[in-house]
Design a binder for this molecule. Sequence first.
Ligand code: ATP
Ligand code: MG
Length: 401
Amino acid sequence: MTIQVPEAAGTIIKQLNTHGFEAYVVGGCVRDSLLGREPKDWDITTSAKPEQVKEIFARTVDTGIQHGTVTVLMEHEAYEVTTYRIDGEYVDGRHPASVEFTSNLLEDLKRRDFTINAMAYSDRDGLVDVFGGTGDLQGGIIRCVGNPMDRFHEDALRILRAIRFCAQLGFAIEEDTNKAISVIAPNMEKVSKERIAVELTKLLLSDYPEQMRAVFESGIAPYVSVHFPDAESGLYELEKLKQLPSNKHVRWTGFLRFLDQSEAAVILKELKLDNDTIDRVKTLTDFWRTEISASKPEIRKVMSMINASLFDELLEFQKVFLTGPYLKQLQTVSQYAGEIIRNGDCIRLKDMAITGKELIEAGIKPGPEMGEILETLFAEVLKKPENNTREYLLNYMNSRS
Ligand code: ATP
Ligand code: MG
């Protein structure tokens, strides 16, 4: 079995070998290569200690040196090179509280979560698979390395990782591993919200987002965050999420769509998601049920209320979740929306042909009255974009005062 290792990673491994150290690509990249999926990044594991790695390579960065990780910079790429290690207990954050270096590859593979993630490879030694990872890849099985109760006890995040890998790979969880999940579920409470959010987002963005059901069925939901159980309503027609574009705020909205915007925001804040995502989810949860009539003034009005890119996503969202005659109307709305954009119609207050400054010059006093006038003029422009000229708007204003 051969894996096509990127040239620069191969060079790093050979250099380490030349200096008398062992080195392999390991973990996710081996798993994905064997599955014929494109690895996101190539991690290297080695018997060399961090200081030794730094002596061998000209350009390095101490990314996580206390955990044994040094980033080696090759021409245009960066590779994480981590010393074989035995992990202490995991605490908040991505890394265990203490680590111990070892010169034994098997020890390093043993600390990894699942058999499919515990394989190493080098051109020199071929595939190192001591826990049956290849068999489990073929069988589509997520199985803990070692005793599942112990492994989930060490780090409860592994529970969510197991479900997330099922969602990404279309796999199922092995029976003993599954039993341990329900028992250790309450320990999820101790895991940092940031780590939890990363896994849940990956789950929602995957090919099988309906795996979110497993988060509830296995009893973990109450330990994800205080209000997370409120999202159970999202399990209804969960399969439909895979028809949505695979982006963070759209998929999260898909899952939280039956909550009102403040309830959705509470959960996302508990999970410490970024504000931009939270704002977008709030807008989409607020608007997705609103049918938009097939008239350009109406469409411009909705467009003026939300972020430009969100409008298209709103339509995509409605296509998936709304039903009946509205779907036909949606096609027209979509076509009109395209025309509005191509035509460059004014849909933002800031794109009006007249500014507050000009209103002041025309004798209007700054203050609430001016705000009202601007709003009135903007409403007129949304109705008839051809009226977005300075002369027209000044006349219009004068004729009404
Ligand atoms: P992804 O494709 O999402 O990056 P990955 O398997 O590469 O998946 P990472 O989080 O990048 O996941 O971790 C790299 C490797 O480190 C894993 O393949 C696994 O061997 C090990 N690992 C990561 N997190 C844990 C954990 N919580 N417990 C045990 N081993 C872990
Ligand atoms: Mg990875």
